[in-house]
Ligand binder design. Structure first.
Ligand SMILES: Nc1ncnc2c1ncn2[C@@H]1O[C@H](COP(=O)(O)OP(=O)(O)OP(=O)(O)O)[C@@H](O)[C@H]1O
Length: 245
């Protein structure tokens, strides 16, 4: 059954169709990636799902709840977590305090409970040793992992990741892949990933949706996508098929 759904979502900016009747579905525990060239509409789709952008037409649903016009914080409380391409942590707070702000979105918790929840997430993501460091002292790659912890502390049913590998070196990307693999093995959390790092997408995604000029041009398993002529021509390039076999 579908947990997160977009149905015929369309969004225009003046004469530009950023999204044209796009359908998307993420099942319980499923790992889905959205790929496509710059300007294809990936971030717009994510913003429609999280409520930062309202669609002109179409609907978005979470577990059957029509949240198309719902405020972002209600979606988060309903189980939608996200990270941002350019996340902005609270610079004056420690790593732990930053993650606690995520846990605080679910109301009615004491400070002790927030702290315990945040520590559990940091531990799970291998960052417990950094808990009391000021966030400003961390490397860029570490900061991005903390942002993911903050999203996880909201206890999402679906986690939306906006280009989590951008700016990471290859060792950090490998570490990120390991952490996400581990996270799913232990918690079966559903993940929707937007990413340009094709190595990461092909290793993690069970299903891939390809956007181009706001339209869905393909959907399938990683091997189907890597051999789809429309995807090779619009995004991956003919060389990709040969490089990846
Ligand atoms: N607020 C806005 N006002 C006007 N045009 C916008 C706005 N937001 C996005 N667009 C346009 O909509 C189209 C889709 O943009 P979007 O950011 O969703 O693409 P993307 O696939 O996420 O690209 P990238 O991979 O570069 O992040 C682009 O042509 C973009 O310039």
């Amino acid at each position: 059954m579908s947990l997160l759904q977009a149905r015929e979502v369309a969004k225009r900016y003046g004469g530009l169709a950023a999204l044209s009747d796009v359908d998307l579905s993420v099942g319980e525990g499923e790992f889905v990636a959205v790929i496509g060239p710059n300007g294809a509409g990936k971030s717009t789709l994510l913003n429609v799902l999280t409520g930062l952008v309202l669609p002109d037409t179409g609907r978005v649903l979470l577990g059957g709840w029509d949240m198309t016009r719902a405020a972002t914080h209600k979606r988060v409380r309903g189980g939608l977590g996200r990270t941002f391409q350019h996340g902005r942590p609270f610079e004056r707070l420690s790593v732990l305090e930053n993650v606690m702000t995520g846990a605080a979105i679910q109301s009615g918790r004491s400070e002790l409970e927030l702290r315990e929840r945040a520590m559990a997430v940091l531990d799970q993501m291998g960052l417990a040793a950094d808990a009391h460091l000021p966030i400003g002292s961390l490397s860029y790659g570490h900061r991005r992992m903390v942002e993911m912890c903050r999203a996880l502390a909201c206890e999402p049913r679906v986690l939306l990741l906006d280009e989590p590998a951008a700016g990471l070196n290859s060792a950090e990307v490998d570490q990120l892949i390991d952490r996400l693999t581990d996270l799913r093995a232990k918690h079966r959390i559903a993940i929707l990933l937007i990413e340009h790092n094709m190595g990461m997408v092909m290793r993690l995604a069970e299903r891939i949706i390809v956007l181009n000029f706001g339209c869905k041009i393909a959907e399938g398993t990683p091997s189907e996508i890597q051999n789809d002529p429309a995807v090779l021509s619009a995004y991956l390039g003919e060389g990709y098929r040969h490089a990846s076999v």
